[in-house]
Design a protein. Structure first.
Length: 185
């Protein structure tokens, strides 16, 4: 039997969608970066966002300094077609017994709070934590989608939240998780 596969869900006036692609090719009010707590730049999403957005994003990151794991900070978006970059710090996954679920949830919750306080209407997330930080994608997908769905069920200025998944297997994992999140609603 095929896994249920859902790539779009509506919550009141807001839409949550899943797409496969490169986050810097997405136009949104804010893009979320998969950052580290030193806001020091790196590979993966972080590398691509700083390369595409230019040096002003790093200048702003240096002024902010640090961001604890499980939290997020906001900067401008340089030359990217967005107003803001929200730098969210996922945990490095050890075994799941070191607070990883709460920290991953915190990275999403903090990003959503910054989006609301900056009047963001359209927001794009990558799959935080599931690259260099090795969070298992199906576990991360459930936390990511439950956190965003819970947020969108409450009062929100957001009208569209897009998860930009880099690979087809990651998109499939998120689509299966979204079907389960929706079933439980
Ligand atoms: N667009 C969308 N998703 C992408 C892209 C892209 N252009 N590039 C990679 N991914 P990662 P993390 C996917 O490693 O695990 C950095 O060095 C990737 O396949 O970017 O939170 C930072 O500086 C994976 O599914 O973030 C930190 O030190 C997901 O995005 C550390 O890595 C996240 O992978 C953060 O690690």
């Amino acid at each position: 039997m095929r896994e249920p596969y859902v790539t779009e869900a509506t919550f009141g006036a807001a839409t949550l969608r899943l797409i496969q692609g490169n986050i810097v090719r997405v136009t949104a009010d804010a893009l979320v970066n998969a950052a580290n707590s030193g806001l020091a730049g790196g590979g993966g999403v972080d590398g691509v966002i700083h390369r595409a957005g230019g040096p002003t994003i790093m200048e702003e990151c240096r002024k902010i300094g640090r961001c604890p794991t499980g939290d997020a900070v906001i900067t401008g978006a340089g030359s990217l077609p967005a107003k803001y970059v929200i730098h969210a710090v996922a945990p490095f996954y050890q075994d799941g017994a070191h607070g990883e679920p709460d920290l991953l949830r915190g990275a999403y919750t903090a990003s959503l709070a910054l989006a609301e306080s900056h009047d963001v209407r359209t927001l794009a997330f990558p799959s935080l934590g599931t690259g260099a930080y090795r969070y298992p994608v199906s576990l991360a997908a459930t936390i990511a989608l439950e956190t965003v769905a819970t947020h969108l069920r409450g009062p929100t200025k957001l009208v569209e939240v897009t998860f930009v998944l880099f690979s087809a297997p990651d998109l499939a994992a998120y689509a299966a998780a979204l079907a389960h999140v929706f079933e439980g609603s």
